[in-house]
Ligand binder design. Structure first.
Ligand SMILES: [Zn+2]
Length: 326
């Protein structure tokens, strides 16, 4: 097997995986490579099959929510298509950032002229730090809550603490029965590496319950090809809860002593052997249980790395990290 560091694998070396269930996939893309559909009334979502964005058309302008670079110029095409079909303005007046990450905001500069950008105050701080011309900083910022009103429509933005990123916000559309929360739940699919590359493990684990506390029927999760439902969030919660329970059990039952005895003064080799054993024992039943339930559950490294992070959070955030020396 070729390691990633030594270059791309040839197609013949690529592993094969279980087929993706049709229920995890979304609508077909058009010739330009996107799909735009109505979420409810004048709220629309756009996908390229991997990333998602949303926009609200109003008599006073269009509000865009995220600008993933993979959708890029197709955001403009999607807005134009819907505005023309409904006879409303296609002028994008506002762009809301869900969080600062470039993969969801990197097409922001395509909408440069006269667009008012809105985001959490931490999003502004992080974008000032990152200094990326593709992601201009938001002019309107907030600490806890902000109500965006335009042309008689409303989006309620709220920050409930760090989760996937320090600045990731909840975007509720009370008039559209919809919640948008990016990079936490993937509709019908497992999270990728390390809880979807998340920074705050307890915050990430608690976020789905916060999302479910809002009233909504439609959920815009930011990734893959379809919208999510409350059932999708519940399946994700069960997957994470099963990993937590399995990690707890593995921590309690794997005896670390033989690994440390074996490696003697190489303490780090002992740590690796111990924690790898715990991770593998904890992850194996989860991978077996969710293969066929969540798409890509058989890409073992996703569940393994997520299990490692949850197991570390159980030790380091909740404690104890280990027995107290007598
Ligand atoms: Zn992100």
């Amino acid at each position: 097997m070729t390691s990633p560091a030594s270059g791309a694998r040839s197609a013949a070396d690529l592993p094969e995986y279980a087929p993706i269930p049709r229920s995890a996939l979304g609508p077909a893309l058009n010739e330009q490579g996107y799909y735009v559909g109505r979420v409810e009334r004048n709220l629309y979502w756009v996908t390229d099959g991997v990333y998602q964005s949303a926009f609200l058309t109003t008599p006073d302008g269009v509000v865009l929510f995220d600008a993933p670079p993979s959708i890029g110029g197709n955001l403009r095409r999607a807005v134009d298509e819907i505005a023309a079909a409904n006879g409303v303005t296609n002028t994008v007046t506002h762009l809301v950032y869900s969080h600062h990450h470039a993969d969801h905001a990197g097409a922001s500069s395509l909408f440069d002229r006269d667009v008012v950008r809105v985001g959490h105050e931490e999003t502004r701080r992080l974008l000032l730090r990152d200094n990326d011309p593709a992601r201009p900083v938001p002019e309107i910022t907030f600490a806890d809550r902000y109500t965006l009103e335009l042309g008689g429509e409303r989006a309620e933005l709220a920050w409930h603490g760090p989760n996937h990123s320090p600045d990731n916000i909840y975007i509720h559309f009370p008039g559209h029965d919809t919640l948008m929360l990016i990079d936490v739940v993937n509709a019908g699919w497992v999270p990728i590496y390390n809880l979807n590359l998340s920074e705050d493990v307890p915050g990430y684990m608690a976020a789905p319950a916060t999302a479910l506390a809002y009233p909504w029927t439609h959920f815009i999760c930011g990734h893959l090809g379809r919208l999510a439902t409350r059932d999708d969030v519940a399946v994700h919660q069960a997957y994470i809860a099963d990993i937590e329970a399995s990690a707890k059990q593995a921590l309690a039952t794997v005896d670390p002593v033989p690994a440390y005895m074996h490696y003697g003064e190489n303490a780090w080799a002992g740590v690796k052997a111990h924690l790898d054993t715990v991770t593998e024992r904890a992850a194996a039943p989860i991978i077996a249980k969710y293969t066929g339930v969540l798409a890509a559950a058989d890409i073992e490294i996703f569940t393994t790395t997520t299990t490692f992070l949850i197991m570390q959070s159980l030790r380091l955030d909740r404690g104890p990290s280990g027995p107290v020396h007598p």
